[in-house]
Design a protein around this ligand. Structure first.
Ligand SMILES: C[S@@+](CC[C@H](N)C(=O)[O-])C[C@H]1O[C@@H](n2cnc3c(N)ncnc32)[C@H](O)[C@@H]1O
Length: 336
């Protein structure tokens, strides 16, 4: 199994046709995700923070442009702390917090592992996980989870410790997605059933992030978590179609958003409308974003982000605005 933590965009491009384009897609705008950081602008105009991340900007001779935070140089790391509060959480803390969720769900402690806090470690429980009387393994897979401002998504999958760069083997992973996949691995042996259950697991994991590079790394990690689990279970590569399906789910569920506004980063702004008055004179009306002026999340004039409410089977769900979940106004925008 590969144990390098930096997933290479060149490798995705060559081995898995169309997958990198899916991972770069912004499902709200139907364009690509944007850089949303000025860290790359010295490469040229296409790397300005408002520009889309195009596959050719990060592959070929540009194949090393995007790398995990732990491999970025110290000065860049510090500037990202200052500008975006980018401090990642060590895996042992992610584990302790994810355990709290499972303690509540299972109504008992130490379900997946036992924490060893003074050594900043954990010991994985090897025995098959038992479920409470009133709950099934399917209930666990279908329970929704969200990592807000996810960075490289260490709470979702712990392929590597985002603070040390240490690679973590599948059986010792502690992420919210890793836990769902462990449950599936323990309960399903037939490959079609495994794939359906795994798609359900991905449909029920959500995350958002501002910075485009971290968002792509989070999406790639989740995709490779799928490939690694499939290979470990069935001792062969998954079909390209299955990889593309999982990438499609990820591109909806792990999205680019300014979490304080519910919109695509930088999409709010001054809107100039030109009208002609009764006397034939042209008038310009400048309207500023009310949401930004009043710090009211419901009044922005930017592009509110769409997410997918998935059906149990299939990939045709209901598109909903994230913002409507905050108002409990769960409405479909495609009329279903
Ligand atoms: C403290 S890091 C946490 C990352 C990850 N959840 C972890 O625990 O390791 C904060 C993350 O929030 C992102 N961020 C900062 N402001 C944001 C905003 N308004 N909306 C969405 N993400 C934001 C940063 O880009 C950064 O990746």
């Amino acid at each position: 199994m590969r144990t390098e933590i930096d997933i290479l965009e060149n490798e995705i491009l060559e081995k898995y046709p169309e997958v990198l384009d899916i991972l770069l897609r912004d499902q709200t705008t139907q364009k690509n995700i944007i850089w949303a950081t000025n860290n790359y602008e010295y490469f040229g105009e296409s790397y300005l923070e408002s520009k889309q991340i195009k596959s050719e900007l990060i592959t070929g001779i540009n194949g090393d442009v995007i790398m995990p935070r732990v491999q970025k140089d110290q000065i860049l790391q510090q500037s990202r702390v200052k500008n975006m509060a980018e401090v990642f959480t060590p895996s042992w803390i992610c584990n302790a917090q994810n355990n709290l969720i499972d303690n509540a769900w299972f109504e008992r402690k130490d379900v997946f592992n036992k924490e060893i806090p003074n050594e900043k470690k954990w010991k994985t429980n090897q025995a098959k996980i038992e479920f409470p009387k009133n709950k099934s393994w399917q209930d666990y897979i279908n329970d929704k989870r969200l990592e807000i401002s996810c960075g490289e998504a260490p709470y979702i999958t712990s392929r590597y410790d985002t603070t040390t760069g240490e690679f973590i083997e599948i059986e010792n992973r502690i992420g919210l997605l890793d836990r769902k996949l462990r449950i599936i691995n323990e309960n399903v042996d037939e490959s079609n059933e495994w794939l359906e259950a795994t798609k359900s697991a991905y449909k029920n994991i959500y995350a958002y992030e501002w910075q485009g590079d971290s968002l792509l790394l989070a999406r790639e990690s989740m995709l490779f978590t799928f490939i690694e689990n499939y290979k470990s279970k069935f001792e062969k590569e998954p079909l390209l179609k299955s990889i593309q399906n999982i990438a499609e789910i990820i591109s909806w569920n792990v999205w680019q958003m300014d979490g304080l506004k519910g919109v695509i980063p930088f999409s709010c702004g001054e809107i100039k409308t030109k009208t002609v008055n009764l006397f034939g004179e042209e008038e310009t009306d400048n309207s500023f974003c009310k949401g930004c002026l009043n710090s009211n999340i419901f009044e922005h004039n930017g592009t509110y982000c769409l997410i997918m409410d998935w059906p149990n089977t299939g990939l045709k769900g209901k598109k909903i605005r994230y913002i409507d979940l905050l108002q409990n106004k769960h409405q479909s925008i495609n009329g279903k």
